[in-house]
Design a protein around this ligand. Structure first.
Ligand code: MF3
Ligand code: CO
Length: 265
């Protein structure tokens, strides 16, 4: 069931969203080659708790999947061929030349915010830089379609078309989602699809739009049994950007935007 949020609820979601965005700004400023992904995780968790909020992902257990352990961290930190759900570890070091996708969720006052960015460490091949830039732009093009009167897959097709126009591959088995009092609500928001199809978008729907785009041909992110991290099948790099948005008439409202994020998009 898709819920329409009241302005009162959206006000609370603005607060959760703003905290996610500030946490990502902090990580973007602090991330340096040689750091462990655990250090990033600790930094984010402290920031969130200092702001009287709770990490959304910590202890998250996917419904109806007893095979996988509850998520053990605040962030997902996914490096290079890792698409999503990289679990922070004190033995995993980020290096010069890596692309590092950091996904963060915050729960405050009964509502979640969820956002992700892919950070570039030092110099990377031109094609990988293009992957990162195109994935960021895929998200912007998806958001631009998230207005009342459009259909859900107008978002999806805008993302897919832009990614494919560069020959990049859309990861199809991981999707965006509705968000609110639950981290994952209806509807699923795929990053591919046919325009003018899917549910009608209505003002007050809150969505986490999150393109995951890869170099190479992999259209799937795969995990070993019982493991969280999901990687491309051909081990080519993958990028990920995510915002929590409110569908509005005319122009979507982005709840997880900051200045740092604006100047790059
Ligand atoms: N942004 C991701 C998602 O919406 C992160 C979820 S991590 C999990 O699916 F641990 F909570 F699953
Ligand atoms: Co999400």
């Amino acid at each position: 069931m898709i819920t329409i949020k009241s302005e009162r609820e959206i006000e609370l979601m603005r607060e959760s969203g703003a905290l996610v965005a500030k946490a990502l700004d902090l990580l973007e400023k602090e991330i340096k080659p040689g750091m462990t992904t655990r250090q990033l995780d600790t930094m984010a968790e402290e920031f969130i708790r200092d702001n009287h909020a709770v990490p959304s992902f910590l202890n998250y257990a996917p419904k109806g999947d007893p095979g996988v352990k509850p998520y053990p961290a605040t962030l997902c930190v996914s490096i290079n061929e890792e698409v999503v759900h990289g679990v922070p570890s004190k033995s995993r070091i980020v290096r010069e030349g890596d692309i590092v996708s950091v996904d963060c969720g915050v729960y405050k006052n009964g509502y979640h915010g969820d956002a992700a960015r892919t950070f570039v460490l030092g110099t990377i091949p031109e094609q990988v830089q293009q992957l990162v830039d195109v994935t960021r732009e895929c998200l912007e093009r998806g958001i631009a379609m998230a207005v009342e009167g459009n259909r859900l897959h107008d978002i999806s097709s805008a993302i897919e078309d832009y990614a494919r126009s560069f020959g990049f591959s859309v990861i199809e088995n991981m999707v965006g989602h509705g968000i609110g009092s639950e981290l994952h609500e209806d509807p699923a928001v795929p990053n591919y699809g046919r325009k003018h199809t899917g549910v009608n978008l209505r003002e007050g729907m809150t969505l986490a739009i999150e393109p995951m785009i890869a170099l190479g041909r992999s259209r799937k992110a795969v995990s070993r049994r019982g493991e969280w991290v999901a990687v491309t099948e051909d081990k080519k790099p993958s990028a990920h950007f995510e915002h929590t948005i409110v569908v509005r008439a005319g122009k979507a409202e982005v709840l997880t935007r900051t200045f740092l994020d604006v100047i790059q998009s």
